[in-house]
Design a protein around this ligand. Structure first.
Ligand code: DUT
Ligand code: MG
Length: 580
């Protein structure tokens, strides 16, 4: 699978830079090739006229050439390395933007660590392909062509002899390079195993201590660490052998050239100056030969990595805007489910079966049911976090799949069952859906979500940092921050998935009574395991194994004497026991 060609559009944007960079390489190589000729001339002239003037003239010339060459070497790096960084920048942005578009199901199939690796290590390999690989190939190509041309002009036989050993250098570099790379990867893998271990131990520090597993964890860590050193040793053995081998091969070539070339000079076939020029050219070729082997490895690595990045970029987001679209800027929030059935996997077990539901805009519907009944699944279908089948979920009478995703999702504010907070401040976390909200709006949302006490208690109020994933907050506090976030979004549809489960019943009741006014203006779907939370709803739907088992208002359901009534009795009993 070679997809390097797909990089061309990225280069096109920086065409000017690429062309000037390559020109600089050409010029620096040309100047570099002048040096051996000048040195050769100097030797021959000096043999005939060993004056101070000759020496100074040639020395001055060499210094001049080297200075100008230096400028072009500087320019080529500046231009081409910057270009590769720009391409890396574009690719990274595109990669991240694409990850943001991919649906939940993609993340259920792929590991976070792997996706991170593609965005870091693989991207780095592609950058090496775009910058250094191009720079070294061009250098090698120009230098080899030029040097060989002059070497053949000096003496074809000697040039052929020199050509004999040089390819060995390239082969050795390639073979060793590959081996070294594989060993290096093994080292890296071990390093990420160590990092993962440390990260988990830091994050799960409470669990480790609570189960008194410090010793065991230490042992495990030492094992990982030993393996890391062992892998590094293997790597060092190969890198250590590589350099002497390279020098040996190059030296062999020089010995052959000296032996044969010396004879040519003695017989007067070539001058001493020409011989000097020749050996200079030969030494100029050593580096390009090393570079060939290296570049081949860079290209192989880079194209494999490019493949891994493109694989993600080629994943078409399953959930996307599919025309014809209907404008969704003024969604009122009536929700209809029409014979809705849903399975998480194609041909998988249905999680929801034949659900009908009609919710007028502004009404509150509660959903209860045992764990695994399909409540969260049902909620996730409304903002299309998972895609419902065609013509089964409607908002304002229109199939949700007909709205542009952004319109649909701005019309729905959802508090998921598992809260996620970013490692920023309380205020920034609440403002996620409406970054432009004013301070007083933020405060109002926080108050409504029952965070009043916290705002006063925290030293910096809304500016308090919540730590990684909100680690400095209690479970119930996190949930209320998530609720405030949804309230601030001010959307016509509000989905609350068991969002106060970690808050005590008393506080929950207080919060809910605060929210009564807000609920009246919005369509609310409320999932809860607590009867006290749902009993005021306009309609209560009991789900059981993905089907609607019962539905009605609280009083009707209690009279019906089914699942709901059973749940009600048990919770009443618990309350009474707690009160004793
Ligand atoms: N399920 C999946 N993939 C998902 C999410 C859920 O296969 O990404 C399955 C698990 C379960 C069923 O769907 O068998 C219903 O899960 P859901 O989360 O909808 O259940 P719930 O009613 O929300 O349960 P709980 O009260 O525990 O939150
Ligand atoms: Mg759930």
């Amino acid at each position: 699978m070679n997809r390097v060609r797909e990089l061309i559009p990225y280069f096109r944007r920086y065409r000017g830079r690429l062309i000037s960079g390559l020109t600089s390489i050409l010029l620096s190589v040309a100047l570099g090739l002048l040096t051996p000729i000048v040195v050769g001339r100097a030797v021959d002239t000096f043999v005939e006229d060993p004056s101070r003037r000759t020496l100074l003239t040639y020395a001055g010339l060499l210094v001049g050439i080297t200075l100008v060459q230096g400028i072009f070497i500087f320019l080529q790096r500046l231009l081409l390395v910057t270009m590769s960084r720009n391409i890396e920048f574009d690719l990274r942005n595109e990669y991240f933007a694409h990850l943001e578009k991919l649906p939940l199901s993609f993340y259920q199939r792929n590991y976070t660590g792997d996706l991170m690796a593609r965005g870091t290590n693989d991207l780095q390999a592609v950058r090496m392909l775009c910058g250094p690989a191009i720079m070294y190939s061009a250098n090698t190509l120009f230098t080899a062509t030029g040097a060989l041309f002059f070497m053949f002009r000096i003496h074809a036989g000697l040039a052929l002899l020199a050509l004999f050993t040089l390819p060995l250098v390239a082969v050795a570099t390639k073979v060793f390079g590959q081996r070294i790379h594989r060993l290096f990867q093994k080292v890296q893998e071990q390093f990420s195993a160590i990092s993962t271990n440390v990260q988990e131990n830091l994050a799960g520090g409470r669990v480790v201590r609570a189960y008194a597993q410090e010793e065991a964890e230490l042992l495990r860590f030492e094992k990982l660490n030993t393996e890391y050193v062992e892998r590094n040793r293997r790597l060092i053995r190969w890198t250590a052998a590589f350099h002497p081998l390279l020098h040996g091969l190059v030296g062999l070539g020089f010995v052959a050239v000296l032996w044969y070339g010396g004879g040519l000079v003695a017989r007067g076939v070539i001058t001493v100056g020409q011989f000097v020029t020749f050996t200079f050219f030969l030494s100029r070729l050593v580096w390009p030969m090393i570079a060939i082997g290296w570049v081949i490895n860079l290209v192989q690595r880079g194209s494999a990595s490019l493949g891994r990045i493109l694989e993600v970029l080629d994943t078409v987001p399953e959930i996307r805007d599919e025309p014809p679209l209907v404008d969704g800027e003024h969604i009122r929030g009536a929700i209809t489910l029409d014979n809705l059935s849903f399975a998480w996997e194609v041909d998988g077990q249905p999680v929801l079966s034949q659900i009908d539901l009609e919710v007028e805009a502004g009404k509150t519907v509660a959903i209860v049911g045992r764990t695994g009944a399909g409540k969260s699944t049902l909620l996730s279908l409304i903002p299309r976090l998972a895609d419902p089948p065609e013509a089964s979920v409607f908002v304002d009478g229109i199939d949700v799949r007909r709205f542009p995703l952004t319109d649909l999702r701005s019309a729905v504010a959802a508090v998921p069952q598992e809260t996620f907070l970013f490692s920023s401040t309380l205020g920034e976390n609440i403002a996620l859906g409406r970054p432009e909200a004013s301070r007083s709006e933020l405060e109002a949302a926080a108050l409504a979500a029952g965070l009043g006490e916290e705002m006063e208690g925290f030293s910096n109020g809304l500016d308090t940092l919540v730590g990684e994933r909100g680690i400095t907050l209690s479970g119930g506090q996190k949930q209320r921050v998530a609720l405030a976030r949804a309230l601030l979004k001010d959307s016509p549809v509000l989905l609350l998935d068991d969002c106060l489960s970690a808050v005590d019943t008393h506080t929950e009741e207080q919060i809910l009574s605060n929210l009564r006014e807000i609920f009246e203006e919005r369509t609310v779907l409320l999932v809860s395991h607590r009867i006290s939370t749902v009993k005021e709803a306009d309609l209560i739907m009991v789900l059981d194994e993905g089907r609607v088992a019962e539905r009605g208002r609280h009083d009707d359901l209690v009279r019906e004497d089914g699942i709901y009534a059973d749940l009600h009795h048990r919770q009443l009993l618990e309350e009474e026991l707690a009160a004793v």
